[in-house]
Design a protein around this ligand. Structure first.
Ligand code: DOR
Length: 443
């Protein structure tokens, strides 16, 4: 008789080819069977009737701030938030303090994952003008999801803004490079147009559509010239989405939950708590983002979880810290978008599991399939719940979505066969591990 460590019985499984009623058996951290497990034995069985089973969802864009300021976030709190919100893995950005820009810091971060992370973690390495020659080797280190380049400045000191340096980055290595794409020269040139204390809505005027489009046009020209794949993070304009459709030979892209959910009315309502880079913009950009989700232009959806203290968010604009929490709320909000008919559950699984696995090359993640990791996000599409600040476990303690009522809610997160969250409680101890990627050295 077949034996499993965990059997998830009677749920609706979200497969790439549609939604199928099936049991899932997990053994030794991997999916060992999908089908009718009536005759099987399992150490633990969970009745999933009436629930949907998605492949363990991945947020490919988070800032866990560790090392950094534990009053804002740590790896433990950020990943606790992740599993409470239904994420089985996150890819963590390098603009920590200090930033992850060399082997020593990368090794220290990887070692820190075991015992501190509730979900699995892919690690970005930051590119700077001083480590360009090392990037080709750094991107092959174990558990590196990608090199991240800030081509426009944001939080932290990582920046590679000029074409000569960007071309040198593209010629150092082979894997897809992830870019924060805003034209630094236009950003700096426009800054003096604004004075301290102006309303927050000016954020979208400072870092305007042309700033984003120009950044992406420059990167696409260099990507074609060098033949190096580019993944453009948090694309925020209708113009870039239309432009990128002609660059699929070298480019893929991500849009953020925020850009699919909020428009520039948020500045008046939330003040500094709406400020992020690239900015929240007018409704036509949100509509373009949804069209790009529907027509396949978009490869991944992320949260860009970027916690800051309330004090930093409440500084007068333009000194307001840029960045919003999102790791705990992205899945409920995407499920709410599913309930509203904006996308299907299979497309959600594509954007938040298969897409990140394909673009970054995660070896054993991407879908519900025998042999792949036993990562499952179990959701109740009939459950409604309102997001509250008090639910947020990131120590900074706020969400720009407080008061948002969601239809659809994650009720269990399984990470390689461990139940990390069930019914809003984390279970046991942190079991997260660094994610393995194709083309990197084995740890
Ligand atoms: O709003 C943002 N916040 N955008 C970024 O690119 C960085 C992030 C942060 O780290 O605070």
């Amino acid at each position: 008789m077949a034996r499993f460590d965990l059997a998830l019985k009677g749920g609706e499984c979200v497969m790439p080819w549609g939604v199928v009623r099936a049991d899932i058996g997990i053994r030794a951290g991997r999916i060992a069977a999908i089908g009718d497990l009536t005759q099987a034995e399992a150490a633990q069985t969970v009745d999933c009737k009436g629930l949907h089973l998605l492949p363990g969802l991945i947020d490919p864009h988070v800032h866990l701030r560790d090392p950094g300021d534990p009053k804002v976030e740590t790896m433990e709190t950020g990943t606790r938030a992740a599993v409470l919100g239904g994420l089985a893995a996150v890819f963590d950005m390098p603009n920590t303090t200090p930033s992850i820009t060399n082997t020593e810091r990368l090794n220290a971060k990887r070692d820190f994952v075991n015992g501190h992370a509730w979900c699995d973690i892919g690690i970005y390495v930051g590119g700077t003008k001083t480590n360009i020659a090392e990037l080709a080797a750094l991107e092959l280190e174990p558990n590196v999801c990608a090199i991240k380049i800030f081509a426009g400045s944001s939080t932290g000191d990582l920046l590679v803004e000029d074409d000569a340096s960007l071309e040198a980055v593209m010629r150092s290595g082979r894997r897809a490079i992830c870019y924060h794409s805003e034209d630094e020269y236009r950003l700096q040139a426009r800054k003096p147009m604004f004075t301290p204390g102006m309303p927050h809505i000016n954020h979208q005027e400072w870092r305007d559509v042309e700033t984003a489009l120009l950044g992406t046009r420059r990167l696409m020209a260099l990507a074609r010239k060098t033949g190096r794949r580019a993944h453009i993070l948090h694309v925020s304009t209708a113009e870039e989405l239309a432009y990128l459709a002609d660059y699929r030979d070298v480019a893929s892209c991500e849009v953020l939950l925020n850009h699919l959910t909020q428009t520039d009315e948020a500045y008046g309502r939330l003040g500094g708590y709406a400020v992020m880079n690239p900015p929240i913009r007018g409704a036509r950009h949100l509509e373009a983002a949804w069209k790009a989700v529907a027509d396949g232009t978009v490869d991944c959806v992320g949260s860009d979880h970027a916690p800051h203290s309330r004090a930093a968010k409440e500084r007068p604009w333009p000194d307001t810290a840029a960045g919003l929490t999102g790791i705990q709320t992205i899945v409920p909000l995407m499920l709410d978008h599913v309930s509203a008919g904006r996308l299907s559950l299979p497309r959600l699984a594509d954007l938040m599991c298969a897409g990140p696995a394909r673009i970054y090359g995660a070896k054993t993640k991407g879908r519900l399939a025998v042999g792949l990791d036993g990562d499952v996000t179990v959701v109740d599409m009939k459950k409604t719940r309102t997001i509250e600040d008090s639910w947020i476990v990131s120590p900074c303690g706020w969400t720009p979505f407080a008061g948002h009522r969601c239809s659809g809610w994650p009720v269990m997160t399984v990470v390689r066969g461990h139940i990390a969250m069930r019914d809003d409680e984390v279970q046991g101890a942190p079991q997260g591990r660094p994610v393995e990627f194709i083309d990197t050295r084995h740890a």
